[in-house]
Design a binder for this molecule. Structure first.
Ligand SMILES: [Zn+2]
Length: 103
């Protein structure tokens, strides 16, 4: 092994270590997202349970509302701050990031 091989080997070792660190960061991010998604699923289930009881709504009405929201999302404008599609037309704030949409 000559000096060039040693240099290449060290460079590869650094790249491998960096790739492992990036992979660990990605794993952490995925874990956070899964935890957040599970929390949101729980909140959604609780909200839907309350709405059914308090407002006497049916599952079909909920499915219709979901379908309508999905259809509107395709043509909805995007938030100027975060770029995501706005879920509610004429809402004062972005549902995603909270950016004020008035003015
Ligand atoms: Zn936004």
């Amino acid at each position: 092994m000559d000096i060039f091989d040693v240099f290449v080997h060290q460079n590869l070792q650094r790249q491998i270590a960096e790739t492992r660190r990036e992979g660990a960061k990605t794993d952490d991010l995925v874990d956070e997202l899964v935890t957040r998604m599970e929390r949101l699923e729980t909140v959604n289930a609780a909200l839907w349970s309350l709405l059914k009881q308090k407002l006497d709504l049916s599952d079909d009405e909920m499915k219709g509302a979901i379908r309508l929201t999905r259809e509107r999302a395709h043509t909805a404008p995007s938030c100027p701050a975060c770029g995501r599609k706005l879920l509610v037309r004429n809402a004062p704030n972005c549902s995603w990031c909270g950016e004020s949409l008035i003015g």
